[in-house]
Ligand binder design. Structure first.
Ligand code: ZN
Length: 400
């Protein structure tokens, strides 16, 4: 019999996976009930906060430390998962089936219900080993809404008195599965800007050669961004040391305008999703964009649907005691790690903006990257090994 059959932790994990906390219009109450039950079985106090409205709970299980005045550690995860295209799945996405090889199939198996309950499993195991308390207080935090930006979750929670009362010194949150042996540790993210360029200009009959048409302006802007994009792609291709998070990505995501084939419209719009690398000064970047608009002929309106400030980077050196604690845990376990910039956005950016160091880490190696994909799964052995990894990392962080 494989070690995952009839395993208590696997069964708890599957129970969590079976809750369809899937966008849109999520009912989080079953997650709250599940987590309250976990808190009870772990003998940990649990608080439920509603920083935005009564549909978006933040659940916090607390393991009080022997020195509760020290800054605490949060172990963060999000309860929400992204939608599924069920016809492309070989197993129902909310059944948490295990196949003969021990693969557990479910939306959220990698992103990131695994991590949330692995934290709890590690605490359960520590307690069973007789560890009744660590030095710093640990808060295991479960937030809503991460997959659509965290605006109803972490983004608001950090502004509350309840969050401030947690006195957080460090946060651990999600990473991504690694297809090889090396675990990625994420210490920063790029800065997200999404900009719509509304190009206003001369309109009229489609047979004319007017100057200053919206078409000429949008062409200029698109050209500039595409040249910029090409250079960044070359930078990435030509340097094997770089990962996606080290360069700026630009993608045209929305193109709008026009009414009829023979009418030059008064306005054409283009939207770009831009993830700005951390070595770029945002002021300079904005100046460059404004200059392009002038060069294009002016009268271009900019609407920023996202314009985040640059979040501080979490130091990965001896100046950060939590980094030292994390690193010594992974060294003791002989894990190979690589420090990288997260290519997308996670709730860690809100934490870092509060000047709290945060690392993203999901203990899954030699596993295909399946977040947001069809047939998302995690091997049961990988899940159980992850618990052992957290069992080393969590005490190290809490005793730092
Ligand atoms: Zn996630």
């Amino acid at each position: 019999m494989a070690n995952w059959e009839n395993n208590e932790e696997i069964e708890i994990f599957r129970e969590y996976l079976r809750i369809p906390s899937v966008h849109p219009n999520i009912d989080y109450e079953p997650c709250v009930e599940f987590l309250k039950k976990q808190a009870k079985s772990l003998d940990l106090p649990v608080s439920v906060y509603y920083p935005v409205n009564d549909k978006n709970p933040v659940v916090v299980l607390t393991w009080k430390g022997t020195q509760p005045n020290l800054q605490s550690i949060i172990l963060n995860s999000h309860m929400d998962v992204v939608p599924v295209f069920e016809e492309h799945w070989t197993h129902p996405p909310f059944a948490a089936d295990i196949d003969k090889d021990g693969k557990i199939f479910a939306r959220g198996a990698q992103d990131m219900k695994c991590v949330g309950v692995q934290y709890l499993a590690a605490i359960r195991s520590l307690k069973r080993d007789g560890v009744q308390q660590l030095k710093r207080t640990i808060h295991v935090v479960f937030v809503p809404d991460e997959e659509v930006g965290g605006y109803l979750g972490m983004a608001k929670f950090i502004d509350t008195d309840e969050f401030k009362a947690l006195n957080v010194g460090f946060s651990l949150d999600e990473g991504i599965a690694s297809p090889n042996e090396v675990f990625n540790v994420y210490y920063a993210e790029r800065t997200i800007w999404q900009i719509e360029f509304k190009c206003h200009g001369q309109s009229g009959h489609g047979s004319m050669l007017f100057r200053g048409t919206p078409g000429e302006k949008i062409h200029y802007i698109v050209d500039k961004f595409m040249n910029f994009r090409k250079k960044e792609a070359e930078k990435l291709e030509n340097n094997p040391e770089l990962t996606l998070g080290d360069v700026t990505t630009v993608n045209m995501t929305i193109l709008k305008g026009g009414a009829q084939g023979n009418v030059v419209p008064p306005e054409l719009n283009v939207t770009f999703d831009i993830r700005i690398a951390n070595d770029i000064k945002l002021n300079d970047f904005e100046k460059m964009i404004n200059q392009w608009c002038e060069e294009a002929g002016g009268n271009i309106e900019l609407n920023y649907s996202h314009k985040f400030p640059q979040a501080p980077i979490t130091p990965t050196d001896s100046s950060n005691i939590y980094w030292t604690a994390f690193k010594s845990a992974v060294e003791e376990l002989n894990l190979k790690i690589k420090c990288v910039v997260f290519p997308g956005g996670t709730d860690s950016r809100y934490i870092r903006m509060e000047n709290i160091p945060a690392l993203g880490f999901s203990p899954m190696n030699n596993v295909p990257i399946l977040l947001h994909d069809n047939d998302e799964y995690i091997p049961a052995d990988t899940y159980l090994t992850g618990i052992q990894i957290y069992k080393k990392i969590i005490p190290n962080l809490a005793n730092a």
